[in-house]
Ligand binder design. Structure first.
Ligand SMILES: Nc1nc(=O)c2c([nH]1)NC[C@@H]1CN(c3ccc(C(=O)N[C@@H](CCC(=O)O)C(=O)O)cc3)C=[N+]21
Length: 300
């Protein structure tokens, strides 16, 4: 049986529709327009593409988008001053500082200077602690998008064996917390895990988030398992012509799709859901800031 393809691109469109409907409502009923500020330090071409895409989608759902482009050699002091200004700006409900930052900037310090209530990435230590203790928080966008797709596909995740491959603060760890919150039995595997193929083979749900192109082959996947591929890796594609590239995930798609019950493609899987959840988090933050009812189905 060929795997069901979980269409993240289509799912993301439905999330954006819900966001747009909620934005319309709070504009009309409360006269408030949610605003998202994105801060980009440096000129990494991939980051510029994502920032542009975020800004465009923010405006498309009816929210205000503010972009701050700063020099690659911006000082910590100057960046902190911009964040302080945004923290105190009532028109800004969400703040995202694009990662990774240039090496001379202390990423933890910068992230923790964002007001937790405006931290739509969910990376601030307060939000990490709230998530870990099952309290209301801002939830990191990529794991939130993965959770939405898993809940949509399975209904309840209770009692399922989930293996998260990758232990990053932005995906692996918060993903594990969310799966635990939905009563999965959760394993976090990583580069030092012994017998990684056997660990992955136990999983009903595999979330691959290591950032290594096609690292997880179909031979590691249990028959019928659900595979969520978080990786977005650009690799050379000489078969398409000289100098051409293509995007692949952390999972070897062809072989995994032959055994999995369901799988997310790359592109068109987790990536579009990440941006949709960023918009969802911005509306949620706006509602919380103003004591309004939160949108349904857009939080964890
Ligand atoms: N503070 C912070 N928060 C982030 O959420 C964040 C970040 N920094 N730094 C960079 C990464 C990257 N990221 C992506 C989001 C969507 C796609 C996406 O939609 N990708 C498309 C393909 C895009 C293409 O064709 O290149 C897809 O998978 O279908 C990709 C990458 C968010 N990031």
């Amino acid at each position: 049986m060929a795997a069901t393809i979980i269409d993240g691109k289509a799912f993301a469109a439905t999330v954006r529709e819900k966001v747009a409907a909620h934005v319309t409502r709070i504009k009309e009923e409360n006269g408030i327009t949610p605003g998202l500020a994105v801060v980009l330090v440096g000129e990494d071409p991939a980051s510029q593409v994502y920032v542009r895409s975020k800004g465009k989608q923010t405006v498309e759902v009816g929210m205000n988008s503010y972009e701050y482009k700063m020099d690659v050699d911006t000082s910590e002091e100057d960046l902190l001053a911009v964040i302080d200004k945004l923290n105190n700006d009532p028109a800004v409900h969400g703040i995202l500082v694009q990662l990774p930052l240039p090496g001379h900037l202390n990423e933890d310090l910068i992230i923790n200077s964002i007001s937790p209530a405006k931290d739509v990435d969910g990376f601030h230590i307060s939000n990490v602690g709230l998530l870990g203790t099952g309290q209301k928080s801002m939830v990191p966008c990529t794991p939130l998008g993965c959770l939405m797709m898993l809940r949509d596909h399975h209904g309840s995740l209770s009692g399922m064996d989930a293996v998260v491959v990758g232990r990053s603060n932005i995906v692996g760890k918060p993903m594990a917390q969310l799966l635990l919150g939905d009563s999965c039995t959760v394993t976090i595997a990583h580069s030092r895990t012994k017998d990684l193929p056997d660990v992955v083979r136990r999983a009903d749900i595999v979330v691959a988030a290591v950032g290594r192109p096609e690292m997880v082959p179909g031979g590691w996947i249990k028959e019928g398992a659900t595979v969520i591929d978080v990786g977005i890796n650009r690799i050379d594609a000489p078969e398409k012509g000289e100098g051409k590239t293509r995007l692949v995930g952390d999972v070897h798609y062809e072989s995994a799709a032959a055994v999995a019950g369901a799988i997310t493609p790359v592109p068109g899987g987790v990536g579009p859901m990440t941006i949709a959840c960023l918009l969802a988090n911005t509306v949620t933050a706006c509602c919380r800031a103003n004591g309004l009812a939160e949108p349904e189905g857009l939080t964890a």
